[in-house]
Design a protein around this ligand. Sequence first.
Ligand SMILES: C[S@@+](CC[C@H](N)C(=O)[O-])C[C@H]1O[C@@H](n2cnc3c(N)ncnc32)[C@H](O)[C@@H]1O
Length: 186
Amino acid sequence: MIRDFLEKRAGTWHEHNIPEYDGKILYDIIVENNYTRILEIGTSSGHSGIWMAWALSKTNGRLITIEINEGRYQKAVSNFREAGVSDIIDAISGNAHNILDELEGPFDLIFCDADKDFYKQYFTDLYPRLVKGGCYTAHNVYDTSPKRQFKSNGITEFYQYVKSLDYMETTLDESAGGLSISYKKY
Ligand SMILES: C[S@@+](CC[C@H](N)C(=O)[O-])C[C@H]1O[C@@H](n2cnc3c(N)ncnc32)[C@H](O)[C@@H]1O
C-alpha cells in the first residue's frame, strides 16, 4: 500500500519535498540499522515522512515529525492517512524551536529539513538525544545544481562543525538533494 502510494504520487511533490533518491537513502539507513525511533524537523506535505514511515513499518518503529506551516501540516496528515502510515507517525503542528525541549528521545535517527540558518543549533540541541550508533541527517546541505556549493552560511557552518567532530563520522551524498549523513561513533 505504501509503495503503491509513493509510485502513484511520484513526480507530484512540489513543496520543497525531498527527491525520491534521498527517500530511498533514508529508507535504507533505517532498515539496515534496524532503527525504530525517528525525529524529523520540517514535515512539509509529508514525502520524506512517508519514506521513513515505510522503513519503520519494517522495523516496527515510530516517527515524530514537526511542521510550522499549518497548510502543509494538514496536507501531510491527509497524505499520511492516504498512504496508510498514520498509525506510525506523530505529526506535530508548530515551531520546532518551541517543541524540541518537550521531546525526550532518545532517537536512532534525526532528519533535519527545516530552517537552514538553525542547522547547527538543531544539531547541538539534539545531539545529546541521539543514541550511540545513531544517525543525524540533514537535507539541502549541498547545492547539487551546476553551482555545486554549500547552500548558505548557516549550512556551511553546520557542515564544517559536524565534519570536525571526531565522534561523528560524516559523509555528504551529492547525488540528489545534498544529504549529509553523520553516524555517532561514541
Ligand atoms: C524543505 S521543507 C521539508 C520537506 C519534507 N521533509 C519532505 O521532504 O517532504 C522544509 C519545511 O520546514 C518547515 N519549517 C521551517 N522552519 C520550521 C520550524 N522552525 N519548525 C517547524 N517546521 C519548520 C517549512 O514550513 C517547510 O515546510
